[in-house]
Design a protein around this ligand. Structure first.
Ligand code: EPU
Length: 431
């Protein structure tokens, strides 16, 4: 199923949507492919050295286009047509420009592939962003153990391999960072000997990267567990690949349906990737069944109990769903708590939800939500993608009109979310 709804012609900083709240969502929708998986898979194309990687069903989202521009700047041939992304060729330049690198944090995941293939990389520090401090020390420490020298000067990371191929090693990650695990897997794929990554990230996007690389000829075992073993090979070959569905988009659609008391079905998803959220939704009263055939059915969603959610590493509740869960808690009767152990400062949505009348007290990385009260429409704005989707969920349930700004952030990761909500009966207009 693809959306046929018209999109707004162009989105700028002043663009906003007006949501007429109180409409129950119902019907069948679907999930697009995962932004965070695609960004890592795109980085893997660097490892091919003159062969091509074709990625299918790639949504039109800004982060993908920024990554495509970065790869083009490095010298790869990149085309995007009919949702198919083709990447390949040879790198001609190991320097990534400030303008592009600062646009997406995921540019950090180019380090591993560049260093193992070309032995050198210059990447402006991606820096912190709207969800709090995001250092790169784990990336640097772990890649150093494969034989890379790093210096950071004037805000630019300069990495140089002591020799090529890099040397396999046993590496303990002091925190299971997702993109640092991706960097290590890619660097180790073409390294000499065996690399063991201990305390690795287990997120589905890491499994997707390993599946892609193994199909390209790599030898990776254990992805999805906290110990990954990579036996280096000398060369990889091009393939055609379809990334996994976006579990964060699935989760966002689930929250949107449940918060409006709706019912329906989300197709083209992997329910297992949302086990923690499904269990949380059931605990506050939603009746949901998940099918191993790739769909989730919401039979009834009467919120009758408060929730206690802790955002943590997979398979726990993802931090990327924490803002939507905080919003959901405003409609659960009683006192709920939402804690974020990954990004303790990711609570920009709280101030905006308060403008709608939500009673939330924030204390460090924990929000205490006094729920079950009506929200009332207001002008609100999100400064990052997940904050915006949280505010949209709030607008769907608030009385009257809610105007939400920050649509540029939404475009970074969702190609059709608003169109999908409209197809499910949401009353949304673009301005
Ligand atoms: N961290 C460090 N040092 C590092 C790297 C990470 O201290 O060198 C800390 C971070 O500050 C954070 C924690 O480790 O507190 C986890 O960060 P992680 O490295 O796992 O995050 P990431 O790999 O940079 C990806 C997603 C994020 C998602 C996180 C956590 C991509 C492109 N980004 O980031 O997605 O929140 O994993 O699951 O895959 C989003 O889509 O909105 C988004 C922010």
């Amino acid at each position: 199923m693809t959306s046929t709804m018209a999109k707004p012609l162009s989105i700028n900083d002043q663009s906003y949507i007006r949501i007429q709240g109180g409409k129950q969502l119902y019907g069948t929708t679907y999930t697009d492919k995962s932004k965070n998986a695609i960004l890592q898979l795109m980085a893997a194309s660097i490892l091919l050295q003159n062969d091509f990687l074709t990625l299918d069903k790639i949504p039109e989202i800004t982060d993908v286009f920024v990554m495509k521009n970065i790869l083009s700047e490095l010298g790869l041939k990149c085309t995007y047509m009919n949702e198919t992304l083709k990447l390949g060729g040879l790198i001609r330049n190991c320097t990534i420009s400030q303008d592009l690198a600062s646009e997406i944090r995921a540019s950090i995941v180019l380090l591993g592939a560049m260093l193992t293939t070309y032995g050198e990389v210059e990447l402006p520090l991606p820096g912190g962003d709207k969800i709090g401090n995001r250092p790169v020390d784990i990336h640097i420490e772990c890649l150093s153990e494969l034989g890379v020298d790093f210096t950071i000067s004037n805000g630019v990371i300069h990495g140089k391999a002591k020799c090529l191929p890099l040397k396999g090693s046993t590496i303990f990650m002091r925190f299971p960072s997702v993109l640092a695990t991706g960097n290590l897997i890619m660097a180790a794929a073409l390294a000499d000997g065996v690399t063991k990554i201990q305390n690795a990230a287990c997120e589905p996007e890491i499994v997707d990267l390993a599946v892609l690389l193994n199909s390209m000829g790599a030898k990776i075992k254990g992805a999805g567990t906290n110990e990954i073993t990579v036996s280096g090979v000398t060369q990889l070959h091009g393939i055609e690949y379809e990334p996994i569905p976006d579990r964060i988009e699935t989760g966002t659609l689930l929250v949107a349906m449940v918060i409006t008391g709706g019912h329906g079905c989300i197709e083209q998803c992997i329910p297992e990737h949302n086990s923690a959220l499904l269990s949380l939704l059931k605990s506050c009263g939603a009746q949901i069944t998940a099918s191993p055939d790739g769909y989730i059915e919401i039979k009834e969603s009467r919120l009758i109990k408060p929730l206690n959610a802790i955002a943590m590493t997979y398979p726990g509740i993802p931090t990327d769903l924490q803002p939507m869960i905080t919003c959901l808690a405003t409609q659960c009767p009683g006192t709920s708590t939402v804690t974020d152990c990954i990004y303790p400062e990711r609570f920009a949505h709280v101030t905006e939800l308060q403008k709608l009348g939500a009673e939330i007290m924030q204390n460090g990385n924990k929000a205490i939500i006094y729920g079950g009260r009506s929200l009332n429409g207001a002008y609100i704005e999100g400064n990052d993608i997940r904050c915006v989707t949280s505010l949209i969920c709030a607008g769907l349930v608030a009385n009257g009109e809610t105007n939400v700004k920050g649509l540029k952030h939404l475009q970074r990761g969702h190609a059709n979310l608003l169109q999908k909500l409209i197809c499910l009966n949401a009353d949304i207009d673009f301005f």
